[in-house]
Design a protein around this ligand. Sequence first.
Ligand SMILES: Nc1nc2c(c(=O)[nH]1)N[C@H]1C(S)=C(S)[C@@H](COP(=O)(O)OP(=O)(O)OC[C@H]3O[C@@H](n4cnc5c(=O)[nH]c(N)nc54)[C@H](O)[C@@H]3O)O[C@H]1N2
Ligand SMILES: Nc1nc2c(c(=O)[nH]1)N[C@H]1C(S)=C(S)[C@@H](COP(=O)(O)OP(=O)(O)OC[C@H]3O[C@@H](n4cnc5c(=O)[nH]c(N)nc54)[C@H](O)[C@@H]3O)O[C@H]1N2
Ligand code: SF4
Ligand SMILES: [Mo]
Length: 739
Amino acid sequence: MTAADTHCPYCALQCAMTLTPAGDGAEVAGRDFPTNRGGLCRKGWTSAELLRRPDRLTAPLIRNDAGELAEATWEAALDLIAERVRGIQEESGPDAVGIFGGGGLTNEKAYQLGKFARVGLGTSRIDYNGRFCMSSAAAASNRAFGLDRGLPFPLADLDTAEAILMLGSNVGDTMPPFVQHLQGARGRGGLIVVDPRRSTTAKLTADGAGVHAQAVPGADMALLLGIAHVVIAENLHDREYLAERTAGFEAVKRSVAPWWPERTAQATGVPAQVIRDIARRMAAARSAYVLTGRGVEQHADGTDTATAAINLALLLGLPGRPGSGYGTLTGQGNGQGGREHGQKCDQLPGYRKIVDPAARAHVAGVWGVSPEDIPGPGVPAVELLESAGRPGGVRMLMVHGSNPAISGPDVARVREALGRLELLVVSDFFRSETAELADVVLPVLQWAEEEGTMTNLEGRIIRRRRAVAAPEGARSELWMMRELAQRLDAPGEWSLDPAEVFDELGRASAGGISDYSGISHELLDAGAEAYWPYPAGSSGTPRVFLDRFAHEDGRARMVAVRPSAGDAASGRPVRRRGGASGERGRAGASPGGAEARTEAGEGARANPDPERREAPGRAVPRGGELHLVTGRLLGQYQSGTQTRRVPELAATDAGLTAQLHPSAAADRGIADGARVRVRNHRGEVEATAKLSSDIRYDTVFLPFHFPGGESANLLTPAETDPMSAMPEFKHAVVDVVPA
Ligand SMILES: Nc1nc2c(c(=O)[nH]1)N[C@H]1C(S)=C(S)[C@@H](COP(=O)(O)OP(=O)(O)OC[C@H]3O[C@@H](n4cnc5c(=O)[nH]c(N)nc54)[C@H](O)[C@@H]3O)O[C@H]1N2
Ligand SMILES: Nc1nc2c(c(=O)[nH]1)N[C@H]1C(S)=C(S)[C@@H](COP(=O)(O)OP(=O)(O)OC[C@H]3O[C@@H](n4cnc5c(=O)[nH]c(N)nc54)[C@H](O)[C@@H]3O)O[C@H]1N2
Ligand code: SF4
Ligand SMILES: [Mo]
């Protein structure tokens, strides 16, 4: 094979690279592209190691009578799956079989997986790990703008910004080549970072380059309301823009009225003068952006917090103005495309709603079925996993592109749920921790062995190209879906050619919000810059909101949001919210049973104070407890299935570390490098203490990359945002004690 121009296998920046076949693998070279300009991070540089791993899966595995995963033929594995699908669905109905997808799948695979669920299996039970990643920002953008494209403008637009407000995003570690787009704002002293840690990105504000607001975890909504308060109080809002392009200003104005700077300072830990300063800098800038990351979105109020960020941007007149805007930084390689074409339980291709009769009729036409044959909406990820083995829940689950045995919230409960399944089928190229729990493992193709497209964080569709031959025994997921569809007598076409599947996706998305109908592999290969919406006959849309927002009247919606009751900052009494982390396997929990679980009962064990609830920015930990925040390290990707297998990244794979303030450590008799236990009523992990004054005194940070007893998710709650179903990954209350 010859050299292939492609993109990195990991995150949504999708840095451009050239892979040149060499020996038993390939060599990586950075390639010039507007997003990375030739740069790669160390994960990208070392990614070709994945192509020569001796532990690559090359044969299907079936769990045998001795309980071990043993090699089997594809025929045997596929026959077994089809037979069990039929048996389980005959007994319990189509919804007893579920699919859990991923934001790393190509557009072609993500589209086909959504179709396979509805047409092949006839199930409504499909959702995906984007629920853990982008769902809060997506819900907020849909509500405000009528459309969710992470960055509704090209990334390079940031280069000339005078001010950039980044909340809960640490691109310095999570997308290093992104940092070059912050240099312009830094040069003008305009980079503003909100993070409870002096993260790699927060450090970029040093030496006059900007401001770091080291807020209490989960206090972002209050902070944003406080900044908005100053903007309005000092008459810095853009009246003309608000009148012409938005609806809802008056309600937002009322909602921010109680958030004067001194009160906001109390609730957030950010000094009043800094709050005023941020408001004035943002308002004074001719070109300004508000950007959010997982730090503000992965909360049980993540949608409202992202909404508060959007409201601020709208007050300042930023969205849809050239050289300004709001954006969320999508995380996974195809986190954007993966949320557009039908992996979401409530969605059909083209970002269509599965309950919309017109959408159903259109997609049914493309799929060659009748609209009544498309199931209705299913349930979101946390609920889908929790329903395993419960009455009315799934008895069988097929996982494509996720490792929830590490990455799911309250992960001991997720592991138990996976254990309740009668058949767990995992498609992967390595034996992930979820694959280790499976009954059937299918060896599929990885990035450099397949053709397809990805949609990067800008909403730009790019080509993934094959650079090396797949190992004997591994098969494409498109092939696997066709084989199963045939065994299940499913109607419709099941092409094996990614270009053909992409064309079908184009037809299915035509007329939808994320319309890809004007794009083809051929066009992309000819070098087209393809930003959606890209209807047939158009040339795409680099900047989406220049003329109008996507609501029918063209206006953006401003939605008044308030920190929820029980928030220390709100000053209102405590109210318990359903869906809080319940006791594992508690008897009587309904399938997915958010409503059956509250903090009641078990809360009494860990939180003697009945008024205490475990939620961000609220009831500040007492009695020596700390806020736990979780996130990422530069050298590891997600659950680590891939990066843990790259020797050069071993330095960050030495095991779990807990970042702790030296004073907090001294209070507990903990020295740098000592082993500590981080624990709460859900679980306990052992970690090595890494003392650093970069973190707040009241906060401890754990990366979530590690398996087994080192998973930070043993401590995180499964409480979810009512609008987005996003779990509360970014906050829990914990104890830290010497081990
Ligand atoms: N190295 C590496 N890079 C990655 C990934 C990876 O696993 N490893 N994953 C990719 C994916 S899927 C994603 S989604 C992105 C995520 O990219 P980011 O959102 O940048 O990453 P996180 O580390 O999850 O969180 C960012 C920051 O939020 C802060 N934070 C935590 N709680 C709060 C809070 O309550 N308020 C505020 N303001 N900040 C808070 C954390 O301290 C952290 O510095 O990264 C992508 N890139
Ligand atoms: N505590 C805490 N938990 C978190 C987060 C956090 O910040 N804190 N972040 C959350 C976020 S933002 C995310 S995105 C999730 C990510 O967590 P996961 O969903 O677990 O994501 P990965 O670790 O990337 O798992 C992808 C798996 O699919 C495989 N894979 C990759 N490409 C393909 C493919 O094309 N086909 C198939 N079949 N398999 C493939 C990989 O080898 C790997 O085993 O974690 C979430 N969990
Ligand atoms: S920043 Fe993301 S896309 Fe770029 S090289 Fe690193 S992991 Fe790959
Ligand atoms: Mo993510």
